[in-house]
Ligand binder design. Structure first.
Ligand code: TXA
Ligand code: MG
Length: 333
C-alpha cells in the first residue's frame, strides 16, 4: 500500500514499521529509539539477531553524537560520499545504541542516504534503522512492488520510484590504521583512491578469524530459481550448432547482456548492457525476482564481464546468490 510522506512520519511515530526508498535499495524503517519496532523489523524479515542494522541519519552531527572516536579521513569520506551509498562502521557509546541494533558489537554502521523523500523523513523522525526491505536471504527490493511481493499488498511503502543505484551501500571500517571494505557496494574500491590516497582492500569473511561484517555470513540475494554461473565458450560455433543449447540442458532461462546472442529456445532476461554496469546494477534484483515471478527452476547466468569497478559488486552479488543456494535448510521457506 503506497503511503504519503506525512503518513510515513505518523506511522513511524506510532511505532509502525514502514518501507522507505533510498538510492541503493528500499529499507524497512524503525526509529532507533523504539525497541519494539526494531524487534518487529527482525521478525518481519526473518533476520537472525546476530546480524546488526545500519543507522540512517540526515546529517553528520547526528552521527558524531553517537561515536566515541572519529577515525582519520572521516571528514573527507563524509564530504565525498554523503548523502550517498556509503556506510561507515564506527565505535559508539553503547548506551546510545540499543544492543539489538548492533548485535552486541561495540560499533554501529551509519549512513546518510541520498533520496529527497527519505532525507526529509529523517529530518522529521531522527535516526532510523533500516535493513533492506526484503525477506532475509532473498533478493533486495529496489521498487515498491518488490516490497509488496515480500510483505503483502497491505504493507505500507513510501513510493520513491525505482532505486537509482540498485545495489546496497559500500560498507567500510577503519581497522589497524587503514580503511577497509567489509561489503562491496555501490561505490567501487577505486572510487576511494582520490579521497584516501589508496584503494581500500576488500576484506573477505573467510580470511578473518572473526566476522567483521556479520551479515556476510548469512544467505543473501538468492531467488528460488537455482543459478548456474558460466561463460559461453566457442560462442560462434555454438550458435551455429546449438551445442551450447545442449550443454545448457534443462536450463530454460538465461540472464544475459543485450549485446550478446544466446542459444535459441531459451527465455533470455537481459540484465542490461556490457557498456553500462550502473544500468545492470539497477536492474539486478529486479531480474533475479523476475525469475521467481516466472517460476523459473534453473537459470544460467552469463558471468563473462569485466572484474573492475561496479562489476566487482555485480559479480559478488551473483556469486552469493548462486553459492548460498546450497544452504537451502537455512532459508525461510
Ligand atoms: O544500502 C544499504 O546499506 C541498505 C539501505 C536500506 O540503506 N541497507 C542494507 O542493510 O543493506 P542490510 O541490513 O541489508 O545490511 C546491513 C549490513 C549487514 O551485512 C550487517 O552485517 C552490516 O551491515 N553491519 C551493520 N552493523 C555493523 C557493524 N557494527 N559491524 C559490521 N557490520 C555491520
Ligand atoms: Mg540486506
Amino acid at each position: 500500500m503506497r503511503i504519503s510522506l506525512q503518513q510515513t512520519i505518523s506511522k513511524l511515530k506510532q511505532g509502525e514499521v514502514v518501507a522507505v526508498p533510498t538510492e541503493t535499495v528500499y529499507g524497512l524503517a524503525a526509529p532507533l529509539s523504539n525497541l519494539e519496532a526494531i524487534e518487529q523489523v527482525f521478525a518481519l524479515k526473518g533476520r537472525p539477531s546476530s546480524n546488526p542494522l545500519i543507522i540512517h541519519v540526515s546529517d553528520v552531527e547526528q552521527i558524531l553524537r553517537h561515536v566515541t572516536q572519529v577515525p582519520p579521513a572521516f571528514d573527507q569520506l563524509a564530504q565525498a560520499c554523503w548523502p550517498g551509498p556509503l556506510t561507515m562502521i564506527l565505535p559508539i557509546h553503547s548506551s546510545l545504541v540499543p544492543s539489538k541494533v548492533r548485535a552486541g558489537l561495540e560499533t554501529a554502521g551509519f549512513r546518510i542516504p541520498h533520496h529527497p523523500l527519505t532525507l526529509q523523513l529523517l529530518k522529521e523522525t531522527g535516526p532510523l534503522v533500516m535493513p533492506s526491505a526484503n525477506l532475509s536471504g532473498f533478493p533486495s527490493a529496489t521498487r515498491p512492488a518488490h516490497v509488496e511481493e515480500d510483505f503483502g499488498q497491505a504493507f505500507p511503502v513510501l513510493d520513491g520510484g525505482a532505486s537509482k543505484r540498485g545495489v546496497e551501500s559500500t560498507i567500510i571500517a577503519y581497522l589497524k590504521e587503514e580503511w577497509v571494505i567489509l561489503r562491496l557496494g555501490s561505490l567501487s574500491p577505486d572510487f576511494f583512491q582520490p579521497v584516501l590516497g589508496y584503494c581500500p582492500r576488500v576484506i573477505h569473511k573467510l580470511t578473518e578469524d572473526k566476522p567483521l561484517c556479520p551479515g556476510q555470513l548469512f544467505r543473501h540475494y538468492a531467488p528460488n530459481a537455482k543459478l548456474i554461473l558460466g561463460k559461453q565458450e566457442k560462442k560462434e560455433e555454438n550458435q551455429e550448432t546449438g551445442e551450447a543449447g545442449e550443454a545448457l540442458g534443462d536450463v530454460s532461462f538465461i540472464l544475459g547482456f543485450q549485446e550478446r546472442t544466446y542459444p535459441k529456445g531459451k527465455r533470455v532476461l537481459a540484465m542490461g548492457s556490457l557498456f553500462d554496469p550502473q544500468g545492470v546494477a539497477e536492474n539486478l534484483y529486479h531480474i533475479l525476482r523476475q525469475l521467481d515471478q516466472e517460476k523459473a527452476v534453473v537459470a544460467w547466468v552469463d558471468m563473462d564481464f569485466p572484474r573492475e569497478g561496479l562489476w566487482l559488486t555485480i559479480a559478488e552479488r551473483l556469486e552469493r546468490a548462486a553459492v548460498d543456494q546450497d544452504r537451502h535448510d537455512d532459508r525461510r521457506q
